[in-house]
Structure formats: C-alpha cells, structure tokens
Design a protein around this ligand. Structure first.
Ligand code: B12
Length: 211
C-alpha cells in the first residue's frame, strides 16, 4: 500500500507522476484529502524548506518538489467539497509586494476554497493599493496575506494601513501567514488572525465571522 511515507519521498525527489499516482491510490483506499494536504504535502514542503536552508537542497530541487506538490493539489482540490459554499464568504489572497513566494499562499487559498470561501487570487508581488481595490470590487470578507521574507513582512502592515486609510478595515478580517511570521508580529501589525496553519486560520476566522 502506498501511503504518507511514499508520498513524502515522491514530493522530496520532485517526481510529479509518482506523486499523482500515490495520491490517487491513497484516495482510492479512502484517505481523507484534508489529511493528505496537512500531513502529506505541507509536511513534505516544510522538510524541503529545511533542506534548502541547511544547504542540502538547491533552488532546482525545491522547484521540482513544488511542482510535485502542485500535481497532488490538483487532484485534491475538487474533492475538498465546499460544504457551506452557499454562505458565500469571500476572500482576497495575495503575496505582498516584493515577494515572489507563492507555494504557501496557494496551499492556504485552497484550504479556504475547501472551507467554502470564494477566493480571488491576486498572485505575488502585490502592491497594497491592488489589495484595497480588490477588496472593494469583490466585496471581500477576508484578506489573506502571505510574506516569506523578513524584508517583506512589513508590507503586510502597509496593506492593513491602506485598508484603514480607505475606510475598509472594519469591513474585513485580515489573516496573515508565512514562515517568518510570529503570533506577536501578527498582533503588532493589527491582523485578526495569524495563519501558521491555514486549517487553524479558517477555524479562527469562522469563529470571528459568526460573532
Ligand atoms: C520555495 C522557496 C523559494 C522559491 C519560491 C517558489 C514559489 N513559487 O513560491 C524561490 C526559488 C523563487 C525563492 C526565491 C527567493 N528566496 Co526563498 N525560499 C523558499 C523556501 C525554501 C520554501 C518556502 C516554501 O514554499 N515553504 C513551504 C510552504 C508550504 O510554507 P509557507 O510558505 O511557510 O506556508 C505555510 C504557512 O506559513 C501558511 N501560510 C503562508 N502564507 C499564508 C497566508 C495565509 C493567509 C494563511 C492563513 C496561511 C499562510 O500556510 C502554509 C502551509 O502551512 C524558503 C525556506 C523556508 N524554510 O521557508 C526560502 C526562503 C523563504 N527564501 C529566502 C530567500 C532569501 C529568497 C531569495 C531572496 C533568494 C535570492 N537570493 O534570490 C529569493 C526572493 C525572491 C522574492 N523576491 O520573493 C529566505 C528568506 C530569508 C529571510 N530571512 O527573509 C528563506 C527563508 C531561505 C533561507 N533560509 O535563506 N525561494
């Protein structure tokens, strides 16, 4: 039986075909798609990140692993049935200005879609004004911001300030995520939710929305 061990190995070596096959087999044997994301993909990508940090992996290794994760996600996304999609919660997601990292953002926005949110993805390197415009246009309830660099974390604060300047801050909840962030930093910049895990972030937001 192919399982989490094999899935991790396939992602780590960046084998898209094998990754997709293992995911299919796991699904056929009844594995929960959310568990495959959380304990399979996210855990593997974290390890890839650590290997890159320690100098064992290089950029090309990481990019093939990211592609393999993407192949797995494509199979899982349609299965994350949006149980309460009729509620019509809307979110705008962006990686902040100056930052090109989007693997974590893409994972997080998929988890949000799976939890019933309609999500508009603004991509990477997104200026604060573009987030403000999208919130207005899309009438968003939630803004999800991602930053992976210590130099771009501050851009999350700029987005929150731009929302305030445009009179939108009370209208939306802001969730921030990305590896260098801390709960303390999230609080300091005035975010509503610190998204170390997108699953926890969705639950916290749902609690806040219901209040
Ligand atoms: C992949 C990667 C890249 C890829 C990005 C590919 C892509 N399409 O994203 C490439 C090769 C392009 C890249 C480039 C660079 N990178 Co880089 N990169 C990484 C690496 C190895 C992994 C990041 C990742 O994808 N992790 C996996 C995902 C799943 O984790 P995550 O993003 O944290 O997301 C999780 C949570 O944080 C959360 N989350 C994230 N966002 C959000 C948002 C919301 C709303 C919510 C709720 C949750 C949430 O959910 C996710 C799932 O749990 C990290 C190392 C690391 N340990 O993080 C370095 C790292 C972030 N990179 C780094 C650097 C320095 C760079 C470069 C400057 C390198 C260079 N010299 O050119 C450039 C910068 C380019 C730019 N302007 O952005 C440094 C940053 C150091 C620092 N202190 O700022 C790191 C830490 C590596 C290191 N130790 O040096 N990088």
């Amino acid at each position: 039986m192919q399982g989490f061990e094999e899935l991790k190995e396939a992602i780590m070596k960046g084998d898209e075909g094998e990754t997709a096959e293992i995911v299919d087999e796991m699904l056929e044997s009844g594995e929960d798609p959310r568990r495959i994301i959380d304990e399979g993909i996210i855990t593997s990508m974290r390890t890839v990140g650590e290997k890159f940090d320690s100098g064992e992996y290089f950029i090309p290794d990481m990019l093939v692993s990211a592609d393999a994760s993407q192949a797995a996600l494509e199979r899982l996304e349609p299965l994350l049935d949006a149980e309460d999609a009729e509620v019509g919660k809307k979110a705008v997601f962006a990686t902040v200005k100056g930052d090109q990292h989007d693997i974590g953002k893409n994972l997080a926005l998929m988890v949000f879609r799976g939890a019933g949110y309609r999500v508009k993805d603004l991509g990477t390197d997104t200026p604060a004004e573009e987030v403000v415009e999208a919130v207005k246009e899309f009438d968003a309830d939630v803004v999800g911001l991602s930053a992976l660099l210590t130099t771009t974390m501050e851009a999350q604060r700029e987005v929150i300030e731009a929302l305030e300047d445009n009179g939108l801050r009370d209208k939306v909840l802001v969730a921030v995520g990305g590896a260098p962030l801390t709960e303390e930093f999230a609080r300091e910049i005035g975010a509503d939710v610190y998204g170390d895990s997108p699953f926890k972030a969705v639950n916290k937001l749902d609690d806040l929305i219901e209040k």
